[in-house]
Structures are given as structure tokens and as C-alpha cells.
Design a protein around this ligand. Structure first.
Ligand code: GLU
Length: 300
């Protein structure tokens, strides 16, 4: 069977409708897939049952279709793939350990060690749980004292992070019983044959953790491109709460109210005289190709 050489994806969490920030991420991943003549998948990351909002997954899918972004094959829902995450956890064997610490205990123990009370895990349970303690979360044992990961991001350039120092043994299965994003995203990207991850720069900081997990699980490495995050006028990341975009109305002009502004944010000078969504994608794909595939890069 013919294997595509490029497979990209958009992986929204169904915590709120598509907004300008998530539209920009979706658009960038879609354009990169089109410009590479690759395929584009959609995966709903609905593992945090406390944050999911009922019906929002369908709303996001409908909004993508209204914007002319059609995915290949079936949409996947992470909530239906939990066996895969369990298998991965088992495969990691004794690189995973049970942790009984609460957030407060982590902060207190760092203060006792004379370090800032951040949530970087001090390693209390690395050597086993002390008597009477019950496992809450499952963590990945990172090499000590240092483990530096380098990644060349197609937009942000070379990134370097010492995950042992800057992140610490991170959680793979949370105290509330939910699978952690970091594990699920790595397992699914590999299972779906993703070659290229294009997403918002708010996830740049997670990339080193994901590369470490890929290596620990023997999974292929992927290419990364993190696009700038849309900020509102107050300079805050445009979140699902603050950045609502009116996809709810059936009659709004998505071309001029959503697609063209999102493309302009991505520095794609599409002409404002476009009249159809098809024309928009044709022009935007060509501009993306010149800028991001033929190597001119985005202005930073
Ligand atoms: N589900 C994540 C989000 O909505 C994105 C994950 C990813 O692209 O790696 O922020």
C-alpha cells in the first residue's frame, strides 16, 4: 500500500468551540499538509473528562468543515484509545514509578531543599513509596542529573531543554485517573503515522518531553513547527474563554471574519478580494509553500 510521506494532524481538546487561536493552529497544520501534498488528520483529545464540554467536539468538526478544512479518514477520539496508553505505560516498565505526593507535598519538599516551590518534582517517590502511602500518579523516571534534548523547530529554530532540571520526572497517569496529555499525544502521533506536528507555540515547551518519550518507547521522531500564539489586545493568550469566534451563527462570513484574518496572522498576504473559500485555500496554500516549504520562513 502507498504510504504517504507526509501526515499531519490537528488535535483539539473539546473544551470550547474553535476560536481565532485554535483556527490559526488548525490552518497552519492544514496548509503545511496541503503544501506537502500530504494527508491531514483530526484527533479529538478528550482525555480530561472534567474539562470536556459536551457537544463541543462535533461543533469543532462542523466549524472545520464550514471553513473548508476536510480531514482524511475517520476522526479519532482519545477516550476510545485508552488501551494504547496502558500498553505504552507497561512497555516503559521500571522507567515508570508510582508517586503518592500531593501538589502541596511537592512544593513543601522543594522549599525544604532550599529550592523555589515550583511543581518540578523533587523525586520523593523515585526509590519506592514510603510506608502507608498509596499511589496517586505514575511518573516517568528521567536520567539524573542532566538530560538535554535538542530539537530543530521549523519556525522557532533550535530549542534546547534539560528535561531533568527544567521539567523533572513528569506524570504519565494523573492522580485523578486520567491519562496525561504527554503520553497520549506521543502514543497517538506514532500510532497514526504522523510525520509532522504543526501547532501553537504554547506547546513548544512540551516538545522535549515528547521526544524523550518517543525515544523511550522506540517510536519514530517527527518534525515540528510551532506557530505563534494569537494574543488578545491585553496580550494574553487567546483562550477558548476570551477568544470566542462566532462560528455559531450560520450566516456569518467565515472567509472575511475568520479565514483571511487567521491567514494574515500567519503572515500570508492573501488578497482581500477573494470571494470563495476554495479560492482562499488555493492562494493560501501557494503562499505557505513559498514561505514555509521553499525555505523563506516566517518573519520573526
Ligand atoms: N490538545 C492540545 C490542545 O488543544 C493540542 C495537542 C497538540 O497539538 O499536540 O491544546
Amino acid at each position: 500500500m502507498h504510504q504517504p510521506t507526509y501526515t499531519g494532524r490537528f488535535a483539539p481538546s473539546p473544551t470550547g468551540p474553535l476560536h481565532m487561536g485554535s483556527l490559526v493552529a488548525a490552518m497552519a497544520s492544514y496548509l503545511d499538509a496541503k503544501a506537502h501534498h500530504g494527508q491531514w488528520l483530526v484527533r479529538i483529545e478528550d482525555l480530561d473528562f472534567d474539562r470536556n464540554v459536551k457537544g463541543v467536539d462535533q461543533h469543532i468538526l462542523h466549524s472545520l468543515q464550514r471553513c473548508g478544512m476536510q480531514w482524511e479518514g475517520d476522526v479519532t477520539w482519545q477516550s476510545q484509545r485508552q488501551d494504547l496508553y496502558q500498553n505504552a505505560l507497561e512497555k516503559l516498565g521500571d522507567q515508570v514509578y508510582a508517586c503518592a505526593c500531593s501538589r502541596k507535598e511537592i512544593a513543601d519538599s522543594r522549599l525544604r531543599m532550599g529550592e523555589p516551590a515550583s511543581q518540578i518534582y523533587p523525586g520523593t517517590c523515585r526509590g519506592g513509596l514510603s510506608e502507608g502511602k498509596v499511589p496517586r500518579a505514575w511518573r516517568l523516571r528521567l536520567p539524573r542529573p542532566h538530560h538535554v534534548i535538542h530539537v530543530k523547530d521549523r519556525y522557532c529554530g533550535l530549542q534546547t531543554q534539560d528535561i531533568s532540571i527544567e521539567v523533572g520526572d513528569f506524570v504519565l497517569k494523573r492522580a485523578d485517573g486520567f491519562w496525561a496529555y504527554q503520553l497520549a499525544v506521543v502514543v497517538d502521533d506514532a500510532a497514526q503515522g504522523i510525520t509532522d506536528i504543526v501547532r501553537g507555540a504554547d506547546l513548544l515547551d512540551s516538545t522535549a518531553r515528547q521526544i524523550y518519550l518517543q525515544e523511550a518507547l522506540g517510536l519514530p521522531r517527527v518534525r515540528y513547527l510551532h506557530v505563534p500564539v494569537v494574543n488578545n489586545d491585553a496580550g494574553e493568550k487567546l483562550s477558548k474563554q476570551t477568544g470566542a469566534l462566532a462560528f455559531d451563527r450560520g450566516d456569518n462570513d467565515l472567509l472575511h471574519e475568520a479565514l483571511i484574518p487567521a491567514a494574515q496572522f500567519l503572515q500570508l498576504p492573501v488578497s482581500s478580494s477573494l470571494t470563495t473559500i476554495d479560492q482562499f485555500w488555493g492562494e493560501a496554500t501557494g503562499l505557505w509553500e513559498q514561505r514555509m516549504v521553499d525555505g523563506l520562513g516566517m518573519q520573526r
